[in-house]
Write a protein that binds this ligand. Structure first.
Ligand code: PAF
Length: 282
């Protein structure tokens, strides 16, 4: 596996692969890899001869007081895991590589509408940071396919919107969330949970899944189901940020006839902020 931190190194490797007509699948990450990321790498492999993974803790997607400084940085372990997973290249850009003009002069890519609610409302500026860094990574890696996890449901919709709107020449693949046996979605931030919180944490997925079952049973009072979901999370010990039932394709309010729904939630548990969702076809 090649490890690169510069634009030049990456460019020459990509040129070589392109010269041999090889396609490129790309998995952007912030490192501290877990089985969910490795599943993204495995799925990326199904779409292209070459797989590039990036590890970059992007400062522009963290708000003031968030965990940018303390975000777990585990590059040695990540490198080992990616070698075993069979990635072809690991791109570990420096801040200068990603933002050559400095953060104050950096171009911002911003998707309106979709980013205003849910995680966008709880974390102002977060999605501008995500789309700005992902657009930069797409421009450097020029992949044919990029792979994202379904756990960050709003993020993958925002990125799909950006790709469509800017006519970026790549396909986005979304991979189902990988879970612990008890249902907890794998996340780098699960390491912030203490033992008691870790026991409560699967309640987030249980509550989402219960709402999904009510929808499949024909219940359509979305507001009542959202209220029950929020109360369920509170009773379990979470501090919920949102619990919402929306149209799966665009997060708009569903009418009673909508047949593809997503139930999505974010909740705090001690130092951790957990997000999760279930998609329901009714
Ligand atoms: O999902 C993530 O890990 C990040 O938001 C991403 C897509 C790597 C951008 O920094």
């Amino acid at each position: 596996m090649e490890i690169l931190d510069s634009r030049e190194g990456l460019k020459s490797l990509l040129r070589d692969w392109r010269h041999h007509d090889e396609h490129i699948a790309f998995v952007p990450t912030m490192g501290n890899l877990h089985k969910g990321h490795l599943e993204l790498v495995r799925r990326a492999r199904e779409h292209a001869e070459r797989v590039v993974v990036s590890v970059y803790v992007n400062p522009t997607q963290f708000g003031p007081g968030e965990d940018y400084e303390t975000y777990p940085r585990t590059l040695e372990r990540d490198t080992r895991l990616l070698r075993t997973a069979g990635a072809d290249a690991l791109f570990v850009p420096t801040d200068e590589t990603m933002y050559p003009m400095g953060l104050a002069l950096a171009t911002v890519v911003s998707v309106p509408g979709l980013t205003e609610n849910f995680c966008g409302a709880s974390r102002p500026g977060h999605f501008d940071g995500v789309t700005s860094v992902v657009a930069r990574l797409f421009s450097l890696v020029a992949p044919d396919v990029a792979v994202f996890g379904q756990k960050d449901y709003q993020q993958q919709l925002v990125i799909r919107h950006m790709v469509r709107d800017l006519s970026l020449p790549l396909r986005i693949v979304t991979v189902p969330t990988v879970r612990e046996k008890d249902g907890l979605a794998l996340s780098s931030r699960n390491s912030y949970l203490d033992e008691a919180e870790r026991n409560i944490a699967p309640g987030l997925h249980r509550t989402l899944a219960a709402t999904g079952r009510h929808l499949q049973d024909g219940k359509r009072d979305y507001q009542a189901l959202e209220r029950i979901g929020l109360e369920g999370l509170e009773a379990a010990g979470f501090v919920p940020e949102y619990f919402a039932i929306r149209r799966a394709e665009n997060l708009e309010m569903p009418d009673r006839d909508c047949d593809e729904l997503v139930v999505l939630a974010a909740a705090r548990l001690g130092k951790a902020r957990l997000i999760d969702n279930v998609v329901v076809t009714v």
